[in-house]
Design a protein around this ligand. Structure first.
Ligand code: ASP
Ligand code: MG
Length: 422
């Protein structure tokens, strides 16, 4: 049993969906689990539907939904070369259902509504791909992730209930494969809570779904098909001359994902590591190339320095106004606030009388922060900074990224150098 995951970019139009079918046909399709995201930028488009729903602007809401429907209908028309097919009517019904859902006034809970609406993206993508694969004579079964992945009711960040999910997933997939189907296709990112409401696993959570299913089904391996050749030592958007990391360990991948490498969702590795299930990252554009594999052995980890850039950072420092020492009591208050506001610290450091930390500018409300701490602390901050992490660094690589830049804060351990630069 293998698990494949195809993200939004790999199914963004009819040509891409045909390419997915080509990739599937290259592999032994016995007991293949295929996890798919919403097509192209549909999740972002659905976020606008959620916003319109809450704004009460019905005209905008209908326009947004119609645009998403039209986008998918065009893909269907291209896939079936204009031939008649059921799926086109089914899509219309699904989007009518979404419109009806939005006829009712939005509930008070934005995050709950978000999950109910955002999930339509994965539902329609998997419906279309299933219809196309059936048309191409693949023996494919559509599995509803909203019935098999059980989470708690934490909307937009559902936490997996492994025991219940294990029972539900095994039952659904075994039934499907025993009935003679060879490919089970399901939605990434979606789940359901105990009451049956749809939940999601956090943006870009489809990779995690692939890992959950692989863990539960004891898959042989997982392949994430991407628009990059594999795991690179830096983001090609910001870096020239990137190098492919052909083999890295689970531990290394966890570190890279933690520091902000965006190629895989950070939660993906843990379940795979626990069962030593290798994770391949391959290009859907060049599917015959080797790509990267993340596995147990750490033999190759330190051969190539890796760079991770986090942009638009704020470095905040707090100094007690009475210049008393920073002790556990202060830290408790600071961490308590950040935890409550779901603000993640990217880097921190303290001296005798100050505590400094770096966060994504988009995640913090500075005015609120200053109002909360301003009475007792001197609050200083620097904006528009970059946080650079270099794994397996040496001095020349540090020089390369900091040349002509001001280093505001620097931390080094044996394997990792991290710098906040302006
Ligand atoms: N479609 C979801 C998103 O864009 C989940 C995913 O792509 O992994 O966040
Ligand atoms: Mg996506």
């Amino acid at each position: 049993m293998k698990v494949f995951k195809f993200g939004g970019a790999s199914v963004k139009d009819a040509i891409s969906v045909k390419n997915v079918a080509d990739i599937l046909s290259k592999f032994n399709q016995n007991n293949l689990i295929v996890v798919v995201s919403a097509m192209g930028k549909t999740t972002n488009a659905l976020e606008e539907v959620v916003a319109a729903h809450f704004s009460g602007d019905k005209a905008l809401l209908h326009r947004n939904i119609s645009k998403i429907n039209a986008y998918h209908q065009e893909i269907v028309a291209d896939l079936f070369d204009g031939r008649k097919n059921e799926i086109s009517n089914e899509l219309t019904e699904i989007f009518d259902r979404l419109k009806r859902h939005c006829e009712k006034p939005a509930s008070d809970n934005y995050h709950f509504e978000y999950d109910q609406i955002i999930s339509f993206g994965e539902i329609v993508s998997t419906k279309i791909i299933t219809a196309y694969l059936e048309d191409q004579n693949f023996k494919v079964d559509w599995i509803d992730a909203r019935k098999v992945i059980r989470t708690d009711s934490r909307w937009r960040e559902g936490r997996v209930d492994w025991d219940t999910s294990t029972k539900l997933v095994k039952n659904a997939l075994n039934t499907s494969f025993e009935s003679g189907k060879t490919i089970a296709i399901t939605q990434g990112f979606l789940g359901h809570d105990e009451a049956g409401f749809t939940t999601t696993l956090g943006r870009e959570g489809s990779d995690f779904t692939a890992a959950i299913l692989a863990f539960i089904m004891d898959a042989e391996d997982v392949t994430i098909w991407k628009d990059v050749p594999g795991m690179l030592n830096a983001d090609p958007k910001y870096f020239e001359n990137t190098v492919l990391l052909e083999k890295i360990s689970f531990r290394e991948a966890i570190e890279l994902a933690y520091f902000g490498a965006s190629v895989i969702h950070p939660k993906t590795i843990q379940p795979l590591k626990r069962k030593s299930i290798p994770l391949y990252i391959k290009s859907f554009i060049h599917p015959d190339e080797k790509g990267s594999v993340i596995q147990e052995s750490s033999q190759y980890d330190d051969h190539i320095p890796s760079f991770i850039f986090k942009l638009d950072q704020i470095l905040i420092s707090l100094t007690p106004k009475d210049f008393s020492f920073i002790v556990e009591e202060n830290l408790e208050k600071i961490f308590g606030y950040l935890n409550q506001e779901s603000i993640r610290i990217n880097l921190m450091q303290n001296s005798a009388v100050s505590f400094s930390f770096c966060v994504d500018a988009s995640k913090i409300d500075l005015e609120k922060f200053k109002a909360f701490f301003g009475d007792d602390y001197l609050v200083k901050y620097n904006e528009k900074l970059e946080l650079v992490t270099i794994r397996h660094y040496d001095e020349p690589t540090i020089k390369r990224v900091t040349i002509n830049k001001e280093i505001l804060l620097e931390q080094k351990s044996q394997q990792t150098a991290r710098m906040v630069i302006g």
